[in-house]
Design a protein around this ligand. Structure first.
Ligand SMILES: [Mg+2]
Length: 232
């Protein structure tokens, strides 16, 4: 039997906002802007790949509470350049500034995002629950045009807790007058989104576009956003 939910919680990065496509666009521009070819990084794709590896490592540590956000800001591009044989800390800070300015303005959304939000909008209040940085996440929502779909945006900075802590989910529920049993969380990350929502006794939808294998206990699993329309 279909359960009746009263509120939908959505993760943003990699779930609605196409982080990979958007960072790829921004990084390609930075590769040219900073003459990285002349600096010895001969193949652009190597720069992009180094970003994905190091960025994922740093975000994973951040999500686990083992890293301060300033390390991502100040060290991410330094480490990327170092692995590619370029030792230039001042330039890495400039690249970081440019990246943080331009990447959130990119507009690519995950396939089917807009039509799915359009379908859900008249049926449920929707809330973003994200571990991203305040100003950056709001830029992403407004520049990609999906801000109007959401009743509120709960960032870890505003809630005072990061996913997977149950407190950030409780903060979002309280703010929207919704109980845990009436809510469902949709996200791509088994630790922050799925285990986090379970901590707060909220039902879960694991968005798993690459169909990775896992042992987590999820209420629903989808590989594309429009599948949400089958049960919500
Ligand atoms: Mg995510």
């Amino acid at each position: 039997m279909k359960k009746k939910y009263k509120c939908i919680l959505f993760d943003l990065d990699h779930t609605l906002w196409d982080y990979e496509a958007n960072s790829r666009e921004a990084l390609s521009e930075l590769y040219v802007l900073f003459n990285l070819k002349e600096r010895g990084i001969l193949i652009e794709e190597r720069f992009l790949q180094a970003f994905y590896v190091i960025n994922n490592e740093l975000w994973d540590l951040y999500d686990r509470g083992l890293l301060h956000r300033d390390i991502i800001r100040n060290e991410r591009f330094h480490r990327i350049l170092l692995t590619l044989g370029v030792d230039d800390y001042p330039m890495s800070l400039k690249i970081s500034d440019e990246y943080l300015q331009h990447s959130p303005k990119k507009k690519n959304l995950i396939h089917g995002c807009r039509e799915t939000l359009e379908y859900l909008l008249p049926k449920y209040p929707m809330v973003i629950v994200t571990n991203g940085f305040d100003e950056i996440q709001s830029t992403k929502l407004s520049s990609s045009g999906i801000a109007p779909y959401f009743k509120s945006v709960v960032t870890s900075a505003r809630a005072g807790h990061k996913k997977p802590a149950k407190e950030i989910f409780e903060f979002a529920l309280h703010e929207n007058n919704c109980s845990a049993s009436e809510a469902i969380m949709i996200g791509d990350n088994l630790l922050t989104d799925i285990a986090g929502a379970k901590n707060a006794l909220v039902d879960t939808v694991f968005f798993n576009p690459s169909k990775i294998e896992h042992q987590s206990n999820v209420d629903y699993e989808i590989s594309s956003l429009p599948e949400l329309m089958n049960f919500l």
